[in-house]
Design a binder for this molecule. Structure first.
Ligand code: GLN
Length: 225
Protein backbone atom coordinates (compact mmCIF):
# COMPACT_ATOMS: atom_id res chain seq x y z
CA UNK A 1 0.00 0.00 0.00
CA UNK A 2 2.67 2.49 1.02
CA UNK A 3 4.67 1.74 -2.10
CA UNK A 4 1.95 3.22 -4.33
CA UNK A 5 1.50 6.31 -2.19
CA UNK A 6 2.53 9.56 -3.83
CA UNK A 7 2.94 12.51 -1.48
CA UNK A 8 0.08 14.94 -2.13
CA UNK A 9 0.71 18.52 -3.12
CA UNK A 10 -1.14 19.88 -0.12
CA UNK A 11 -0.40 22.60 2.36
CA UNK A 12 -2.22 22.89 5.69
CA UNK A 13 -5.39 24.98 5.43
CA UNK A 14 -5.90 24.14 1.76
CA UNK A 15 -8.97 22.17 0.72
CA UNK A 16 -9.18 20.06 -2.40
CA UNK A 17 -11.88 21.15 -4.82
CA UNK A 18 -13.05 20.35 -8.29
CA UNK A 19 -15.52 18.18 -10.13
CA UNK A 20 -16.01 14.55 -9.29
CA UNK A 21 -14.37 12.45 -12.01
CA UNK A 22 -16.75 10.28 -13.99
CA UNK A 23 -16.97 6.84 -12.46
CA UNK A 24 -14.99 4.12 -14.13
CA UNK A 25 -16.82 0.98 -13.12
CA UNK A 26 -14.86 -2.25 -12.83
CA UNK A 27 -16.34 -5.67 -12.18
CA UNK A 28 -13.25 -6.74 -10.22
CA UNK A 29 -13.22 -3.76 -7.84
CA UNK A 30 -15.25 -3.64 -4.63
CA UNK A 31 -18.20 -1.26 -4.60
CA UNK A 32 -18.03 1.09 -1.67
CA UNK A 33 -20.80 3.48 -0.77
CA UNK A 34 -20.60 6.90 0.79
CA UNK A 35 -23.64 7.76 2.88
CA UNK A 36 -24.89 10.83 1.03
CA UNK A 37 -27.59 12.37 3.22
CA UNK A 38 -25.54 15.33 4.41
CA UNK A 39 -21.88 16.22 4.84
CA UNK A 40 -18.61 15.65 3.11
CA UNK A 41 -19.53 13.13 0.41
CA UNK A 42 -17.71 14.24 -2.72
CA UNK A 43 -14.15 14.04 -1.44
CA UNK A 44 -14.72 10.52 -0.10
CA UNK A 45 -16.03 9.40 -3.50
CA UNK A 46 -12.96 10.88 -5.15
CA UNK A 47 -10.58 9.25 -2.65
CA UNK A 48 -12.24 5.84 -3.06
CA UNK A 49 -11.97 6.08 -6.83
CA UNK A 50 -8.31 7.05 -6.57
CA UNK A 51 -7.86 3.87 -4.49
CA UNK A 52 -9.37 1.66 -7.17
CA UNK A 53 -12.85 1.10 -5.72
CA UNK A 54 -16.18 1.60 -7.41
CA UNK A 55 -17.69 4.44 -5.37
CA UNK A 56 -21.41 5.11 -5.12
CA UNK A 57 -23.64 7.46 -3.18
CA UNK A 58 -25.97 5.75 -0.71
CA UNK A 59 -29.25 7.42 0.18
CA UNK A 60 -31.73 4.58 0.43
CA UNK A 61 -31.94 1.02 1.73
CA UNK A 62 -31.87 -0.16 -1.89
CA UNK A 63 -28.62 1.75 -2.50
CA UNK A 64 -27.22 0.11 0.63
CA UNK A 65 -28.00 -3.36 -0.71
CA UNK A 66 -25.66 -2.68 -3.64
CA UNK A 67 -22.47 -1.90 -1.70
CA UNK A 68 -19.74 -4.09 -0.18
CA UNK A 69 -18.65 -1.46 2.33
CA UNK A 70 -19.67 2.03 3.43
CA UNK A 71 -18.12 5.33 4.47
CA UNK A 72 -20.16 7.45 6.89
CA UNK A 73 -18.75 10.92 6.23
CA UNK A 74 -18.19 13.98 8.36
CA UNK A 75 -20.90 16.57 8.57
CA UNK A 76 -23.42 17.13 11.32
CA UNK A 77 -24.20 13.91 13.15
CA UNK A 78 -27.57 15.10 14.47
CA UNK A 79 -28.72 15.96 10.94
CA UNK A 80 -27.40 12.75 9.41
CA UNK A 81 -29.06 10.76 12.22
CA UNK A 82 -32.41 12.45 11.62
CA UNK A 83 -32.19 11.86 7.87
CA UNK A 84 -31.23 8.20 8.41
CA UNK A 85 -34.47 7.81 10.36
CA UNK A 86 -36.59 9.79 7.89
CA UNK A 87 -35.21 7.95 4.84
CA UNK A 88 -35.67 4.61 6.64
CA UNK A 89 -32.03 3.68 6.26
CA UNK A 90 -31.17 3.52 9.97
CA UNK A 91 -32.42 0.01 10.69
CA UNK A 92 -31.11 -1.56 7.44
CA UNK A 93 -27.75 0.08 8.11
CA UNK A 94 -27.64 -1.20 11.71
CA UNK A 95 -28.36 -4.68 10.37
CA UNK A 96 -25.56 -4.47 7.77
CA UNK A 97 -23.05 -3.20 10.36
CA UNK A 98 -24.10 -5.96 12.77
CA UNK A 99 -23.64 -8.49 9.94
CA UNK A 100 -20.02 -7.39 9.47
CA UNK A 101 -20.13 -4.93 6.56
CA UNK A 102 -16.84 -2.98 6.59
CA UNK A 103 -17.76 0.55 7.62
CA UNK A 104 -15.51 3.60 7.97
CA UNK A 105 -16.80 6.56 9.97
CA UNK A 106 -15.00 9.90 9.78
CA UNK A 107 -15.72 12.69 12.26
CA UNK A 108 -19.55 12.82 12.41
CA UNK A 109 -19.31 9.27 11.04
CA UNK A 110 -17.28 8.26 14.11
CA UNK A 111 -20.01 9.75 16.32
CA UNK A 112 -22.71 7.85 14.41
CA UNK A 113 -20.88 4.51 14.67
CA UNK A 114 -20.35 4.85 18.43
CA UNK A 115 -22.39 2.72 20.83
CA UNK A 116 -22.50 5.56 23.38
CA UNK A 117 -22.21 9.34 23.32
CA UNK A 118 -20.82 11.36 26.19
CA UNK A 119 -23.79 13.74 26.39
CA UNK A 120 -27.20 13.96 28.06
CA UNK A 121 -29.27 14.68 24.96
CA UNK A 122 -30.40 11.74 22.87
CA UNK A 123 -29.62 11.58 19.17
CA UNK A 124 -30.05 8.66 16.80
CA UNK A 125 -26.86 6.71 16.09
CA UNK A 126 -26.07 3.61 14.08
CA UNK A 127 -23.83 2.15 16.80
CA UNK A 128 -21.81 -1.05 16.60
CA UNK A 129 -18.45 0.41 17.59
CA UNK A 130 -17.86 -0.28 21.27
CA UNK A 131 -16.73 3.18 22.36
CA UNK A 132 -18.10 6.20 24.16
CA UNK A 133 -17.46 9.31 22.07
CA UNK A 134 -17.61 12.99 22.92
CA UNK A 135 -18.74 15.41 20.22
CA UNK A 136 -16.87 18.68 19.61
CA UNK A 137 -14.19 17.49 22.03
CA UNK A 138 -11.52 19.79 20.59
CA UNK A 139 -13.63 22.95 20.85
CA UNK A 140 -15.71 24.94 18.42
CA UNK A 141 -15.40 25.54 14.67
CA UNK A 142 -12.65 28.12 15.25
CA UNK A 143 -10.57 25.50 17.06
CA UNK A 144 -10.45 23.31 13.94
CA UNK A 145 -6.93 22.47 12.82
CA UNK A 146 -4.92 20.64 10.20
CA UNK A 147 -2.20 18.35 11.42
CA UNK A 148 -0.03 15.34 10.69
CA UNK A 149 -0.61 12.22 12.68
CA UNK A 150 1.05 8.81 12.94
CA UNK A 151 -1.47 5.97 12.63
CA UNK A 152 -0.47 2.46 13.68
CA UNK A 153 -0.40 0.12 10.68
CA UNK A 154 -0.19 2.94 8.12
CA UNK A 155 3.28 3.07 6.59
CA UNK A 156 4.99 6.03 5.02
CA UNK A 157 5.09 8.57 7.85
CA UNK A 158 2.43 10.78 9.42
CA UNK A 159 -0.88 11.33 7.63
CA UNK A 160 -2.11 14.78 6.64
CA UNK A 161 -5.55 15.21 8.20
CA UNK A 162 -8.03 17.88 9.25
CA UNK A 163 -9.78 18.09 12.63
CA UNK A 164 -13.02 20.04 12.07
CA UNK A 165 -15.14 20.40 15.22
CA UNK A 166 -13.89 16.92 15.85
CA UNK A 167 -15.04 14.30 18.32
CA UNK A 168 -12.78 11.97 20.27
CA UNK A 169 -13.19 8.67 21.99
CA UNK A 170 -13.54 9.21 25.73
CA UNK A 171 -13.68 5.54 26.62
CA UNK A 172 -13.11 2.23 24.92
CA UNK A 173 -15.86 -0.14 26.05
CA UNK A 174 -14.58 -3.52 24.86
CA UNK A 175 -11.33 -5.42 24.31
CA UNK A 176 -11.86 -5.84 20.57
CA UNK A 177 -11.39 -2.11 19.98
CA UNK A 178 -7.83 -1.26 18.86
CA UNK A 179 -6.57 2.28 19.32
CA UNK A 180 -4.47 3.21 16.26
CA UNK A 181 -3.76 6.86 17.12
CA UNK A 182 -4.22 9.25 20.02
CA UNK A 183 -4.18 13.01 20.58
CA UNK A 184 -3.67 14.30 24.14
CA UNK A 185 -4.03 10.72 25.38
CA UNK A 186 -7.47 10.22 23.77
CA UNK A 187 -8.10 7.81 20.90
CA UNK A 188 -8.70 9.52 17.54
CA UNK A 189 -8.39 6.44 15.30
CA UNK A 190 -9.96 3.15 16.36
CA UNK A 191 -10.56 -0.16 14.65
CA UNK A 192 -12.86 -2.97 15.68
CA UNK A 193 -12.72 -5.80 13.17
CA UNK A 194 -14.20 -4.39 9.92
CA UNK A 195 -15.16 -1.08 11.57
CA UNK A 196 -12.77 1.87 11.34
CA UNK A 197 -13.35 5.35 12.74
CA UNK A 198 -11.37 8.58 12.77
CA UNK A 199 -12.01 11.80 14.68
CA UNK A 200 -10.63 13.73 11.75
CA UNK A 201 -11.29 14.16 8.05
CA UNK A 202 -8.76 12.11 6.05
CA UNK A 203 -10.44 12.91 2.71
CA UNK A 204 -9.73 16.62 2.25
CA UNK A 205 -5.94 16.53 2.00
CA UNK A 206 -5.31 14.07 -0.84
CA UNK A 207 -3.51 11.67 1.54
CA UNK A 208 -5.38 8.50 0.60
CA UNK A 209 -3.63 5.93 2.79
CA UNK A 210 -6.55 5.36 5.20
CA UNK A 211 -8.93 5.01 2.26
CA UNK A 212 -6.53 2.52 0.68
CA UNK A 213 -6.43 0.56 3.95
CA UNK A 214 -10.23 0.57 4.07
CA UNK A 215 -10.51 -0.60 0.46
CA UNK A 216 -8.14 -3.45 1.40
CA UNK A 217 -10.41 -4.32 4.36
CA UNK A 218 -13.40 -4.48 2.03
CA UNK A 219 -11.50 -6.68 -0.46
CA UNK A 220 -10.48 -9.04 2.36
CA UNK A 221 -14.06 -9.23 3.67
CA UNK A 222 -15.27 -10.11 0.17
CA UNK A 223 -12.59 -12.80 -0.21
CA UNK A 224 -13.43 -14.38 3.17
CA UNK A 225 -15.59 -17.51 2.93
N1 GLN B 1 -19.28 18.40 15.32
C1 GLN B 1 -19.96 17.61 14.35
C2 GLN B 1 -21.03 16.72 14.99
O1 GLN B 1 -21.20 16.75 16.14
C3 GLN B 1 -18.99 16.74 13.57
C4 GLN B 1 -18.07 17.63 12.75
C5 GLN B 1 -17.54 16.99 11.52
O2 GLN B 1 -18.00 15.93 11.07
N2 GLN B 1 -16.59 17.65 10.92
O3 GLN B 1 -21.70 16.01 14.30
Amino acid sequence: MSGRFVAPRWTPGERLTGRLPDPEWSDEAPTIGVLALQGDVLEHLRALRRCGANAAQVRTATDLDGVDGLIVPGGESTTIGKLLTRFEVLEPLRARVAAGMPTFGTCAGMILLSDELDQDVEQPVIGGLHVRTRRNAFGRQLDSFDTRIEVAGIDGGPLDVAFIRAPRVEQVLADDVEVLAEVDGYPVVVRQGPLLATSFHPEVTGDDRLHAAFVATVRNAMAAP
